[in-house]
Design a protein around this ligand. Sequence first.
Ligand SMILES: [Zn+2]
Length: 390
Amino acid sequence: MTRMAGDSRAAANAATVLRTVLEHGPVARSAIARLCGLSPAAVSRQTTGLLRSGLLRELPGPADGVGRPRIPLDLHTGPVGGPVAAGLHIGVPASTFSLVDLRGRILARRSFPHQGRPPAGLSAEITAELGRFLAAFDTGRPVLGVGAALGGWVDPDTGTVVRHPALRWQRKPLGAELATALGLPVRVDNHARAVARAEILFGRPEARRSLVHLFIGNVVDAAFGIEGTVHQGPGSAAGDVAHLPVPRSPTPCPCGRTGCLQATASDAALGAEAVRRGIVPDPSVNLLVDAAATGDPRADRLLRERARAVGRAAALLLDVFNPAVMVVTELASVLHEGYLEEIRGAAAAFSHVCDDPGRIVGPHAGPAVLPEAAATVLLSRVFRDPFGIA
Ligand SMILES: [Zn+2]
């Protein structure tokens, strides 16, 4: 027991040192000790282990003979030997593969469209394509593992997709399947939580105090983080906001009510409405955003209607959680600031607590939000337990 308690304390100290270097690096050992409150001896012990594992590296330091305590350390993001994490975001129309360094920077990415393919063989096709991507971008840098993110109900503790209606997956052991096929450590999580983790690690500092993330795609879901920890709850079921009521929306929902968030504002609902109004030939939000960008006022009007529905839902979440930062991932507002302003305006009008809608922001990675977030499912484990990922 004593040994186990000591091991978990050492792991916690290593994680503290690694996150201090993430936040302040390049930084010398003496400054790490001052910044994170560990003893110089503990910092020295942990940095030795982190250097040996390749997560940290020493940079050229002052050459005045003052010795090791002054040599700056940084996360090992160098092109020779700097470790990377692979990311897999599984969407309904397409999946995205990525390679990301320890600061969340995307080194490579590729999209794999798979709309309409039969769900039975889909995960095997995605896995094979991810294997080809990793082989194509093999630069000799160590791959720490794979982070996989997708919508629906995902249990990260077991790597299981509990329920993903759009892909017709139930109790699917996705993590184990990927690990067996690729021979790498794998972590799986819901994509709304994955984006929240990426904001906490790599985004605005205030996101570490508290944040709510609202994800609007084909699936609509949310995540909540406080003091740097993303909430999962029993069975990791937190975050289902598909049936959050949107005031003033008359749209019928399959659940039998009207005005549920997902039925009103999902990409699928928006695409169908755009086709119904004759704006685009296919139910694609990308086509709709393109149409608005090239001056179609009907496309712009429909995107603003959705932005206001999203803003009203954001107001409800703001009132419940009062987070320091509210991150909204929604395609039009990620690409064009005007739709983010529309979301902010509706949120401010409907919220009872929010008189500073500037805290509603897009994801810090912009259009790279999903490839970064997927890899962060793995990286957030590395930053919590640097030696425990294998
Ligand atoms: Zn509903």
